[in-house]
Design a binder for this molecule. Structure first.
Ligand SMILES: Cc1cc2nc3c(=O)[nH]c(=O)nc-3n(C[C@H](O)[C@H](O)[C@H](O)COP(=O)(O)O)c2cc1C
Length: 265
């Protein structure tokens, strides 16, 4: 299995110590596991400029595509991602937020359907849960099949000594994550995920080629491979969830009659 460790914090600090514990545990379970690392701080990714070219024409047109392309291809290579972000002021570190801003187009056109992730954050006292939920929610929104949340209170700025309880939690998380990744099982999407997916699908014909505000969303969602499915064809959806997706498709379709997003520039 291939694992990508993404460090969304400005340093290799407390949060990274937990990443390494989990990595070592996975390596102990599976000698074949291969790891690669990305430290967002090293990429010097400029802030998202808000040009919206990724939404309208495709992320290849992003002024920072050279950097983002490398990250996306490394995620493509991986089976599992371990994403670390320190909690700053109850939110992910700005490096992580800037990275997420560059991936917002994938909330419109989710992509990483077969990937699984853990999101880890440490915090001095309060706020890691929120930071992790925000980051994990984004990963699910861009397609990740399963995303484990791992917020930890470090009670420390520096000289972090990981206590036994946290070490044990790291081991349990590593086992659970690796077993899931190695199983290659694709989990059905939650009802909460089917809502945005199908609203975008329903609204997309309003942006199809030939319409006033045509965009890549319109091309993407009207492609036969996904136009009639409540979720990506690579992921199984149980019968009872399909009408739910269909309902939000209809809501999206209706909404598109009253609200058009005017992306043209
Ligand atoms: C700029 C900054 C903001 C922080 N914000 C919070 C916070 O909102 N809540 C908190 O309990 N600790 C906060 N802390 C403490 C860190 O979350 C904590 O030390 C964390 O374990 C550091 O992880 P790292 O070594 O991976 O960067 C903050 C620290 C810094 C430097």
């Amino acid at each position: 299995m291939n694992y990508l460790l993404i460090n969304g914090s400005p340093r290799k600090g407390n949060t990274w110590m937990l990443v390494e514990l989990i990595k070592n545990e996975i390596q102990a379970m599976s000698a074949e596991a291969v790891f690669d690392e990305i430290h967002l701080a090293d990429l010097e990714l400029p802030f998202c400029t808000g040009c919206s070219l990724c939404f309208r024409k495709g992320h290849e047109h992003c002024p920072h595509n050279k950097t983002m392309r490398e990250v996306i291809s490394k995620i493509d290579w991986s089976d599992g991602v371990i994403f670390a972000t320190t909690t700053f002021n109850m939110q992910p570190a700005a490096l992580t937020k800037n990275f997420i801003d560059h991936l917002c187009f994938m909330l419109h056109r989710p992509y990483f359907f077969t990937k699984k992730a853990i999101v880890i954050s440490t915090v001095g006292g309060v706020g890691a849960k929120k930071a992790v939920q925000y980051t994990a929610g984004t990963l699910r929104g861009i397609g990740f099949n399963r995303c484990y949340e791992f917020p930890v209170v470090s009670y420390s700025y520096n000289a972090y000594e990981i206590n036994e309880k946290t070490k044990n939690k790291c081991v349990k998380m590593a086992v659970k994550f690796h077993n899931d990744v190695a199983s290659k099982e694709m989990h059905a999407p939650s009802l909460a995920l089917l809502i945005p997916y199908n609203i975008f699908r329903g609204m997309s014909p309003a942006y199809a080629p030939g319409t006033e505000y045509e965009s890549l969303d319109g091309i993407h969602w009207t492609e036969p491979v996904r136009a009639k499915k409540v979720y990506d064809p690579s992921i199984p959806v149980p019968l009872y969830k399909k009408p739910f997706g269909g309902l939000f498709y209809a809501i999206g379709k209706m909404a598109s009659k009253y609200a058009a997003i005017t992306y043209r520039k």
